[in-house]
Design a binder for this molecule. Structure first.
Ligand SMILES: [Fe+2]
Length: 369
């Protein structure tokens, strides 16, 4: 534990390992945002090390009163740099929201999240469905290393965030499946929800999509492959990297959710995945498709959902999540006034940590609070 003065000492926090990969930090006495920022500032290295070792750090009892205070905790406290997979050009909030709406219109659906500030996003509404498990921005190799979430208002009923240790999931797959995924790349392509126009082509020219216009005027929007398995930089732990918003995996993900999450009302199919014509397939390093059966997909979703930790948010909670090691998804429930705000932070390139690339291992596992 680092040495520090009274006002910035880690001794001011209670720390409880409440789950295999979750540590909850709560104040012993002073429970305000300024105190938390001070503690984080003076112990940054410690917390960044802990996030790699634990997976999820939850700060409970500090209750930021608005998104700006939440942003300050993440940037001034932890020193993280916001990096939004959907706003890499760093556009103002209004332009970011417009681009997102435009993309949703072109692709036929979306999850209706909205920008509150340049890099601060209010997550979409709760539905009677369970989202497919994913790492944030996991449709592309360029994604954020961390996600920070702040609960300004919890849902009246359920609507937890499902979380899973993707290293644990990978370890528990059969050897033959591990061998297969170890070398595999995720490849995603959309088919647009309407015909593409000249303006679309101009806007898409600046996007990561390769656009293939069909004779009927609709287009295929293909993304470069990204690793199916990649390692956590500090530990070398290999983690599955799902992004289950595709139409072709939605039936299997839904069936697995219904089988695994019982006693919480009817679970419908995820409407975002159902509304977009997105395909998720596997390919090798030469771009050749790899067969991927519905039963293999089911096995993956079952392993993920069986291992789920459901984060029941309390007002004022701030969670820092390792976006490579921990997969997440929104559970079904009641929206009410639920307000969950997200900041994606620190650019990460999954290509550099693909499973077959030897990792660096600077961290020891025996660190403790
Ligand atoms: Fe997400």
């Amino acid at each position: 534990m680092p040495n520090s003065t009274h006002h910035t000492s880690l001794d001011q926090l209670n720390a409880v390992n409440s789950h295999d990969f979750v540590t909850i930090y709560s104040p012993k006495t002073t429970a305000d945002v300024a105190t938390l920022i001070n503690i984080l500032q003076y112990n940054r290295d410690y917390f960044i090390e802990q996030i790699a070792l634990r997976g999820v750090l939850l700060f409970r009892g500090f209750s930021p009163s608005n998104p700006t205070e939440f942003h300050d905790i993440i940037t001034q406290g932890l020193g993280l740099e916001p990096w939004n997979a959907f706003n890499t050009q760093n556009m103002p909030a209004m332009v970011g929201s417009w681009m997102r709406k435009y993309t949703e219109n072109l692709l036929g659906a979306g999850d209706y999240r909205r920008y509150l500030e340049k890099n601060t996003v209010q997550l979409g509404p709760v539905e009677s469905s369970v989202q497919g498990p994913h790492t944030e921005g996991g449709i592309r190799s360029e994604r954020s290393r961390y996600i920070a979430l702040c609960c300004f208002e919890p849902a009246p009923h359920l609507a937890e965030t499902g979380m899973v240790d993707l290293h644990q999931v990978y370890k528990e797959l059969p050897e033959t499946t591990r061998q297969k995924y170890h070398k595999a790349w995720n490849r995603f392509y959309y088919i647009t929800g309407r015909k593409v126009h000249v303006l679309d082509k101009m806007l898409l020219a600046k996007s990561p999509f390769t656009v293939i216009t069909r004779k009927d005027g609709f287009a295929h929007l293909a993304l470069p492959p990204c690793p199916m398995v990649c390692s956590v930089p500090e530990t070398g732990d290999l983690c599955l990297q799902p992004w289950a918003f595709a139409k072709n995996t939605n039936d299997t993900a839904h069936a697995s959710a219904v089988a695994n999450f019982t006693g919480r009302g009817e679970i419908l199919k995820d409407s975002t995945a159902d509304g977009m014509n997105l395909t998720w397939e596997l390919c090798d390093d030469k771009g050749q498709s790899i067969a991927w059966s519905a039963s293999e997909q089911r096995e993956m979703f079952d392993r993920i959902f069986e291992r789920a930790f459901l984060m029941a948010w309390q007002k004022g909670d701030i969670a820092l999540v390792d976006n490579i090691r921990i997969g997440h998804w929104r559970m079904n429930g009641e929206q009410g006034n639920r307000k969950l705000v997200q900041i994606q932070a620190n650019a990460f390139n999954a290509d550099l940590y693909q499973a077959q690339i030897p990792p660096n291992l600077p961290l020891q596992r025996e660190a403790s609070f």
